[in-house]
Ligand binder design. Structure first.
Ligand code: HEM
Length: 226
């Protein structure tokens, strides 16, 4: 099979969507673990960790490139698959107008494109606020490094910003709860034993990520910011 055939086949498109989605799910779980350092009253461990990552130079740029490319592929194939599914459904509906409303699975799938596009906008705003946000510098162990901890704590001292994060993190949980399950099905991890397990795994990953990312801004707000 040629590469172009794989990229254009139904299973190929779903595989790309699933693999790139799981790559982002993996990143999000690691990112949550890193961000737990923000709960420490001492800013140094978080700032030193962020500084160590930046000091990796080309390795971190390469990891960022993989993230960006996988996100672009994920969005491109998500839009393609959604449009094709809609077209196919329109044909089916014309044949059987008397059937009842959309199934539960259908509704979950339909919301993926909207939660996904909102999360894409979230990521752009997120990078603007933190990665490219206010830069404070301070000295640790005789070295000038960025006080990213202060930037984040200041941002989450505003209840409006915290509310926005809570809403977006609930959407992230919804997206992951269906997405992780769906990706495992595309990868062939299905069957009478696997499918119920994957459903539970998807729900567990989504719940941990959503609760963790909702908890961090809430904790910072309640502890009075920087
Ligand atoms: C409470 C929630 C979150 C906090 C406090 C947080 C914090 C941060 C901070 C401080 C940075 C800048 C890191 C640096 O410049 O060294 C960052 C980068 C980033 N965040 Fe988050 N984040 C959160 C949620 C998320 C979520 C849910 C996603 C994805 C859906 C995400 C995706 C990213 C990405 C892609 C980067 C850029 C990473 C890089 O360029 O190396 N973040 N985040």
């Amino acid at each position: 099979m040629r590469a172009s055939q794989i990229f254009n086949s139904t299973i190929g498109k779903k595989l790309i969507l699933g693999i790139t989605g799981l790559m982002w799910a993996g990143f999000v779980v690691i990112h949550l673990l890193e961000n737990l350092l923000l709960l420490n009253p001492d800013p140094d461990p978080f700032n030193k960790w962020a500084h160590t990552l930046i000091s990796l130079g080309p390795a971190i740029y390469f990891a960022e490139l993989i993230l960006v490319v996988s996100l672009l592929f994920h969005i491109f194939y998500a839009i393609r698959v959604t449009l094709e599914n809609r077209k196919a459904r329109a044909v089916r509906y014309r044949k059987s107008v008397t059937k009842g409303g959309a199934s539960r699975r259908g509704i979950a799938t339909a919301s993926m494109i909207y939660t996904g596009l909102l999360l894409f906008i979230f990521i752009i705003i997120h990078l603007q606020n933190f990665k490219y946000g206010t830069v404070y510098m301070y000295t640790v162990d005789g070295q000038q490094i960025r006080d990213l901890y202060r930037t984040v704590h200041e941002y989450f001292s505003d209840p409006l910003n915290v509310t926005y994060y809570i809403v977006m993190m609930i959407l992230l949980g919804l997206h992951l709860s269906h997405g992780v399950w769906s990706a495992t099905q595309s990868l062939g991890l299905n069957g009478p034993r696997f499918t119920p397990f994957m459903t539970k795994l998807g729900t567990a990953v989504a719940a941990i990520v959503a609760i963790g990312f909702v908890g961090i801004p809430l904790f910072l707000l309640m502890n009075g910011g920087a």
